[in-house]
Structures are given as structure tokens and as C-alpha cells.
Design a protein. Structure first.
Length: 219
């Protein structure tokens, strides 16, 4: 997927329709053309909430449970999600810039045509997720678990993967060639279906040798 450039709030096609949000996010609530600005949501039970053509600016999600929520054409900037449960969520045509996801559960989620710019992922669970046409641009992915996930048309230009896990993942048209670092902790065999650079191949050679049981003798 070729990632589009990050947009400003004013550049959103629905910017003129946005209205400031006040109050709390509710379970199974529907939020369309809403601007969440500077809010802090702590321990909110927002499962199955629906967010459509909405924007989040400098919003913090401290813990909370948003399972099966849907983010459809949503724009996020400087959003922090700490210890947040986003399992089984759906992300469609959305983008997030300068966000932080720490200790976040996003397993068994679905992401389609979604872009992350300059985001930091730390101890994030994406096991069993389905990612289609998703781009991680200039991101840091530290201790991110893609175990059992399905990745199709996913790219990582300018991003660094540090202690990433791909055990039993299925990769199709995954482009890792422009990643700045490939720190694969486990699941090296699942990289079949991915594209890497010649330099990255040399970096991965020790792990590949261990996987096939090849002994390398110095000298």
C-alpha cells in the first residue's frame, strides 16, 4: 500500500461538519461528525461504539474497554491509548499521526486502508488481527505481537521493528524492504510472502540459519 501523506484537520472532507464533543463515550453509542479535542477518557466502557467521519485531537484513552468498536473514516492526531482494550475493533479508511499505543490490546481486530504516521507502538497485542492495505510510516513498533495475524498489502516505510513476533502469521504482499530496522524476535519462518532488501537479508541471516538448523563455523 502506498501511504498517503498525513492530513491536517482542516483538510478533512468532513471538517466543516465537525461539532465539538462534550460528555463521555457510551457503550454502543454512535458518534458521527464529532471532534474529540483534548479529552481524557479513563476506564470508559465504550464497547461496540461507532465512530464515523470524526476527529480526535490530543485525546488520551487511559485503560477502558472498547471491544467491537468501529472507526470508519476517522482521523487521529497525538492520541494516546494506554492499557486500552481495542480487541475485535474495526478500522476502515482511517489515519493516525503522532499517536502512542502502549500496552494496548488490538487482537482479532480488522484494519483496512488505514495509515499510521510517526506512531509509537509499545507492547501491543495484534494476535489474530487482519490487516489489509495498512501502512506504518516512520513508526516505532517495539514488542508488537502479530502472532496468527493475516497481513495483506502491508508496508513499513521508515519504521523500526524491535522485538516483533510473527509466529504463525500469514503474509501476502508485505513490504518490509523500506523498514529501518527488522528486529524479529520469533516467527522468522512466517516471513514467507514478504519483501525485504539485500541488506536486511544479511541482518536476518543468523535467525534464518538457526531456523533451518544451519551451523555457521567461523574461520
Amino acid at each position: 500500500m502506498r501511504a498517503r501523506a498525513p492530513r491536517d484537520l482542516a483538510a478533512l472532507p468532513y471538517a466543516h461538519r465537525l461539532e465539538a464533543f462534550t460528555g463521555e463515550i457510551e457503550r454502543e453509542g454512535t458518534y458521527e461528525w464529532v471532534h474529540f479535542d483534548g479529552s481524557v477518557f479513563e476506564d470508559v466502557q465504550g464497547g461496540s461504539a461507532q465512530f464515523g467521519e470524526s476527529a480526535f485531537s490530543s485525546v488520551t484513552f487511559d485503560r477502558g474497554r472498547y471491544r467491537r468498536a468501529r472507526f470508519d473514516d476517522v482521523w487521529m492526531h497525538a492520541v494516546r491509548m494506554v492499557g486500552t482494550d481495542l480487541a475485535e475493533t474495526t478500522w476502515l479508511d482511517s489515519e493516525c499521526t503522532a499517536g502512542v499505543f502502549a500496552g494496548t490490546e488490538i487482537h482479532v481486530s480488522e484494519m483496512h486502508r488505514t495509515v499510521f504516521h510517526q506512531c509509537k507502538f509499545d507492547s501491543v497485542n495484534l494476535r489474530g488481527a487482519t490487516l489489509r492495505d495498512v501502512a506504518f510510516v516512520d513508526c516505532l513498533l517495539r514488542d508488537v505481537d502479530f502472532g496468527g495475524a493475516t497481513l495483506t498489502g502491508v508496508s513499513f516505510p521508515g519504521s523500526t521493528l524491535d522485538v516483533a513476533r510473527f509466529d504463525r502469521a500469514a503474509l501476502t504482499r508485505v513490504d518490509l524492504s523500506e523498514a529501518l530496522g527488522l528486529g524479529i524476535a520469533s516467527g522468522i519462518e512466517a516471513l514467507k510472502g514478504a519483501q525485504i532488501s539485500a541488506v536486511q537479508l544479511l541482518d536476518l541471516a543468523p535467525a534464518l540459519a538457526r531456523h533451518i538448523g544451519l551451523t555457521v563455523k567461523e574461520g
